[in-house]
Write a protein that binds this ligand. Structure first.
Ligand code: ACO
Length: 276
C-alpha cells in the first residue's frame, strides 16, 4: 500500500528523492499562520521525523508568500476571545512547531523564503538550520506598524543571528527589506534570483543528503547547545558528544573517513565526503 502523505488543508507535503518540500498552504491569505496551520505543522514535523521518504525538510510557502506572519484574524482575534488557559494552549501550539521542534529537529531543515515574510514568520525561518531566499522576497518586522511589540519569540530568535543595531533598526522602524539585505544581515545564508531559488535549494538539500545523517544531526544539535555554554563546558560537552556520536554511528563514518584517506588514499576530506 502507498504510505500516506502528511499534511492537510493548510500544509502541503511533496516528497522528491529524500527531500520533503513542506509548503505553508494558505496562499489566498499569504500563508498567514492560524491555529489550524500550527496543529498541522506539528503533525507534519512529527510524522516526517520518522518518515524514511524524508532526509531533509525544506520549509517554504505556496504562492506569493513564505508567510505573512501570524494571522490577525485566525490567531490574534481568535485568541482574544479565549479563556486565559485556552490562549496559553494556543501559544504552546505555535511554539511547539515554530521553534521547539524546528530548533532540535532530528533531520536537517532549510527555509526557502519564496516571497513575503513578516513578523511571526521570522521564528520558523530563523529556527531552520539553513535558509535561502528569493533576492526580491520582502521581509519585515512589521509588528510596530500595527501597534504591537514583536512577540512570540521573534526578538530572541533575531538576536541569535543579527547584530544589536540591525535588530533594533528593523524592529523599531518596521521598514521592509529584500532578500539581498536579509543575506547581508545574516538572516539567510544566500539570496538568489527567483528562477534559481528552487534549484539552489535542491542542490543544498542533496549535499546534506550525501552526508552521514547521525553526524549531521549531532553537528547541528551540539552547535545549538554550545551557544549557551562556557568555553570549558563546551569543550567537555563536545568531547563527550563526539565520542557518543562515534560510538552510536551505524556506518562508522570516522573509521571509514580515516581509512579512505590514510590507507586507501581514495579521497581528500578537505575536498568532499568519504564514499558511503
Ligand atoms: N493575518 C491575517 N490575514 C492576512 C495576513 C495576516 N498576517 N496577511 C495577509 N492576510 C490576508 C488579507 O487580509 C487578505 O485577505 P482577504 O483576501 O480575505 O481580504 C489576503 O490575505 C490577501 O492579502 P492582501 O493584503 O490583499 O495581499 P497583498 O499581496 O496586497 O499584500 C502583504 C501582502 C504585504 C503580506 C499584506 O497582506 C500584509 O501586509 N499582511 C500583513 C503582514 C504583517 O504585518 N504580518 C505580521 C503580523 S505580526 C505577527 O506576525 C506577530
Amino acid at each position: 500500500s502507498t504510505p500516506s502523505v502528511p499534511g492537510g488543508d493548510n500544509v502541503k507535503v511533496e516528497f522528491e528523492d529524500g527531500i520533503a518540500w513542506v509548503k505553508l498552504n494558505r496562499p489566498t491569505k499569504r500563508n498567514a499562520m492560524d491555529l489550524n496551520m500550527s496543529t498541522e505543522m506539528n503533525n507534519v514535523l512529527d510524522s516526517l521525523e520518522l518518515d524514511d521518504r524524508c532526509g531533509v525538510v525544506v520549509l517554504t510557502g505556496e504562492g506569493e508568500a513564505f508567510s505573512a506572519g501570524m494571522d490577525l484574524q485566525g490567531f490574534f482575534r481568535a485568541t482574544d476571545v479565549m479563556s486565559d488557559v485556552e490562549r496559553l494552549r494556543a501559544q504552546r501550539e505555535n511554539r511547539n512547531w515554530q521553534w521547539r521542534k524546528l530548533m532540535w529537529y532530528g533531520k536537517p531543515t532549510i527555509a526557502m523564503v519564496n516571497g513575503w515574510c513578516f513578523g511571526g514568520a521570522f521564528t520558523p525561518l530563523i529556527c531552520c538550520d539553513l535558509a535561502y531566499a528569493d533576492q526580491d522576497a520582502v521581509f519585515g518586522l512589521s509588528e510596530v506598524n500595527w501597534g504591537i511589540i514583536p512577540g512570540g519569540v521573534v526578538p530572541k530568535a533575531l538576536s541569535t543571528l543579527v547584530n544589536h543595531r540591525e535588530a533594533l533598526y528593523y524592529m523599531m522602524t518596521g521598514e521592509k527589506f529584500d532578500g539581498r539585505e536579509a543575506e547581508r544581515i545574516g538572516i539567510i545564508n544566500k539570496a538568489f534570483p527567483k528562477e534559481e531559488l528552487v534549484a539552489k535549494t535542491r542542490a543544498l538539500a542533496r549535499n546534506l543528503l550525501g552526508k552521514n545523517p547521525l553526524v549531521l544531526r549531532a553537528t547541528k544539535i551540539s552547535y545549538k547547545h554550545i551557544l549557551e555554554m562556557s568555553w570549558e563546558g563546551a569543550a567537555e560537552y563536545l568531547s563527550a558528544k563526539g565520542d557518543q556520536t562515534t560510538a552510536a554511528d551505524p556506518e562508522s563514518g570516522r573509521a571509514q573517513g580515516m581509512k579512505q584517506f590514510l590507507d586507501d588514499k581514495t579521497y581528500k576530506p578537505g575536498l568532499g565526503n568519504y564514499e558511503r
